[in-house]
Design a protein around this ligand. Structure first.
Ligand code: HEC
Length: 234
């Protein structure tokens, strides 16, 4: 019997793979559930996975299963999932999905191309990096692109303070990433998608996460609502 939470996560992951647009609507934080997702990835049989897919017709079910198995095969053949704790996935407008595995020291990003039918193509790229290098890169980018509005160490200026637990519109990890990637229409917060590579976006995202919870003198007063958005700070 598969645990309901696990079931929801699995479905969510499948839905994500099949229909990227649904991604932003779900609030389940995949990042926290790394181990559970890795368990599913490593051990569930195709029959069980097929059973979990929330698609009605057989063709869609089969397509989802195929995508999942392909991702699993790539991940299994290129990395030891047991060494990772956190799981995250993001997408870009060019139809790439990035599956990010992290532990406290390093991360792996698997970049997969989706074809027009929403299936995973066999094209993929693995990007490996160290969290420390990435944080250093994130800091550099922050100083170049974000500092002017969010202040020294994220203390806030024209833009909100990024060190407190108050968020204007971010509710979870994914939304934090997309706040940076997509910006917010009608405000000064612009989209950085065209100005930063996925690796740079990821680095600045990690850096912003690390800023949260820092005590910075003369920080701007909190804006928005107090929310626990499950940030892992390294
Ligand atoms: C031109 C000014 C400006 C720049 C440059 C800028 N921001 Fe912002 N940012 C804002 C404003 C203003 C908001 C609040 C928007 C609103 O009111 O909804 C914001 C919101 C945010 C939020 C959401 C905060 C919340 O409370 O929900 C994040 C995260 C963020 N910015 C990160 C960044 C990062 C990372 C960079 C650099 C890559 C950056 N910003 C660059 C002005 C800016």
């Amino acid at each position: 019997m598969i645990h309901t939470n696990k079931l929801k996560l699995t479905l969510f992951f499948f839905v994500l793979l099949v229909n990227l647009n649904l991604f932003a609507q779900d609030t389940i934080n995949l990042y926290d559930k790394g181990q559970e997702i890795f368990d599913i990835m490593l051990s569930e049989t195709p029959e069980k996975i097929l059973h979990l897919v929330a698609e009605d017709d057989l063709d869609s079910k089969a397509a989802v299963l195929e995508s999942f198995l392909k991702v699993r095969e790539i991940l299994k053949s290129t990395t030891d999932l047991k060494n990772y704790k956190y799981f995250n996935t993001v997408s870009d407008t060019a139809g790439n999905i990035y599956i990010i595995l992290e532990n406290k020291k390093k991360f792996i990003t698997l970049k997969i191309k989706m074809n027009k039918q929403g299936k995973i193509s066999s094209e993929f790229k693995i990007i490996r990096g160290s969290i420390n290098d990435s944080l250093a890169l994130g800091k550099k980018i922050y100083q170049m692109k974000c500092f002017s509005c969010h202040g020294i160490d994220g203390k806030g200026s024209l833009g909100p303070n990024l060190t407190d637990n108050y968020w204007k519109y971010v509710n979870n990890e994914q939304e934090l990433f997309s706040a940076i990637k997509n910006g917010r229409k009608g405000t000064m917060m612009m989209s950085f998608e065209d100005y930063l590579t996925p690796e740079e976006l990821k680095a600045v995202f990690l850096y912003v996460k690390a800023l949260n919870g820092k005590k910075v003198p003369n920080a701007k007063k909190p804006e928005g609502k107090k929310k626990k958005i499950s940030l892992h700070v390294y």
